[in-house]
Design a protein around this ligand. Structure first.
Ligand SMILES: Cc1ncc(COP(=O)(O)O)c(C=O)c1O
Length: 374
């Protein structure tokens, strides 16, 4: 059997990693400034993370959601305290798309409606309703198109007001900082307007924090830069630092009932151990503060490079916009400078999404490499 060929691959075979350093099968070292699509939050093979998962594996890897699992409660408690979202309940699942699927489903159950408002260039995953709410027709199969979604421009107050007051929507879903799309953001005034109009029209506000959450933006959640309170928050990526885990934070005003949501693997013992390790390291090593400070340092360094036309994003979720398409530059960064970076739907944008414990010296290395590649 061969692999179903859906990924265009760089010719690199990483086999081990520590922090932001990655080694390939030939013993060559690379620096990871991308974290495998913003997944690596506390650094590769962080010793506390490795120990917690190994210890858990020795005890028990999995049992289903039909028995008590105090580890899930521990994740919920710690996540509530660290994020400041103690008035939400946690439902654990396995990925970002699944988190958004459950968020949209909850919105639909809650309102009895089914239409969704999403935004141009938004990305919410590749499954069912999540992909329908994603602005990319090429990954939206006819079966997904049954879901009715209205796409609007970010920060267009009039279009938003017209849409939300004119139709039967169950949810508005948005990213605080668009990841895949290219690091565009709602303004604070627009995010607050969305929150206010959702409340007025009994529409559920879903904050997709799959990429911008878990400290990456310099606050625990990206929406916290805007003083809003979403009804549902979806999480994944940095939550497990590479262990596949996701979740939905559902405001206490939603009433749960047995069987309403469910999953076989979600919240299993190993996923909880990984999630707890991440939260403990974020807290003990002050990584959210580090993300905010180093994001500011990164921006001062970026301002020194004339080829960079615009710096977008916050904390360690950053996009560098050039006046040319960056595919060749990104390739050079990997092949010649041995540095991983990311691309976006906006082809002129290079994405920088490192682990949250990088240092100023690491950022200096990035800019040395970027200058040489340019
Ligand atoms: C904002 C956002 N939401 C959802 C997803 C989907 O997550 P997953 O690939 O884990 O299904 C992604 C993935 O890139 C994302 O960036």
């Amino acid at each position: 059997m061969k692999l179903f060929d859906v990924y265009p691959l760089y010719n690199v075979t990483p086999i081990s990693a520590k922090g932001i350093e990655v080694w390939d099968d030939k013993g060559e070292k690379y620096l990871d400034f991308y974290g495998g699509h913003a997944v690596i939050s506390i650094g590769h093979t962080h010793p506390h993370y490795v120990k917690r998962i190994k210890d858990q594996l020795d005890q028990m890897a999995f049992y289903s959601n039909s028995v008590q699992n105090p580890l899930q409660e521990a994740v919920a408690e710690k996540l509530g305290v660290l994020s400041g979202c103690e008035e939400y309940d946690l439902f654990m699942c396995n990925s970002g798309a699944e988190a958004n699927e459950n968020a949209l489903k909850m919105a639909s159950f809650h309102t009895g409606k089914s239409k969704v408002i999403a935004f141009n260039n938004g990305f919410h995953g590749r499954t069912s309703a999540a992909v329908a709410a994603t602005d990319n027709p090429s990954i939206n199969a006819p079966i997904n198109k049954q879901q009715e979604v209205t796409f609007l421009a970010l920060n267009d107050f009039d279009a938003f007001e017209k849409a939300i007051t004119s139709d039967d929507y169950c949810a508005v879903i948005l990213e605080a900082i668009q990841g895949v799309g290219g690091l565009d953001e709602p303004t604070t005034a627009f995010y607050q307007f969305i929150a206010e109009k959702c409340k007025e029209n009994n529409v559920v506000l879903i904050a997709d924090e799959v990429q911008s959450g878990y400290g990456r933006s310099g606050k625990f959640f990206g929406f916290q830069h805007h003083g809003v309170q979403p009804d549902i928050i979806s999480i994944a990526k940095g939550m497990g630092n590479g262990f596949p885990v996701g979740g939905v934070l559902i405001h206490e005003k939603f009433t749960p009932s047995y069987g309403l949501l469910g999953t076989t693997f979600g919240g299993n013992h190993l996923a909880c151990a990984a999630s707890l390790a991440v939260l403990e390291v974020l807290e003990n090593e002050n990584l959210i503060k580090n993300a905010a400070e180093l994001g500011a340092y990164f921006k001062t360094k970026a301002a020194e490079i004339p080829e960079i036309k615009k710096v977008k994003g916050r904390g360690l979720m950053i996009g560098l916009e050039f006046d040319f398409e960056v595919a060749e530059l990104r390739k050079k960064m990997i092949v010649e400078q041995h540095m991983f970076t990311g691309s976006a739907k906006n082809k002129k944008l290079l994405r920088f999404l490192p682990a949250l414990n990088i240092t100023k010296a690491d950022i200096d290395l990035f800019f040395d490499g970027l200058k040489k590649a340019l």
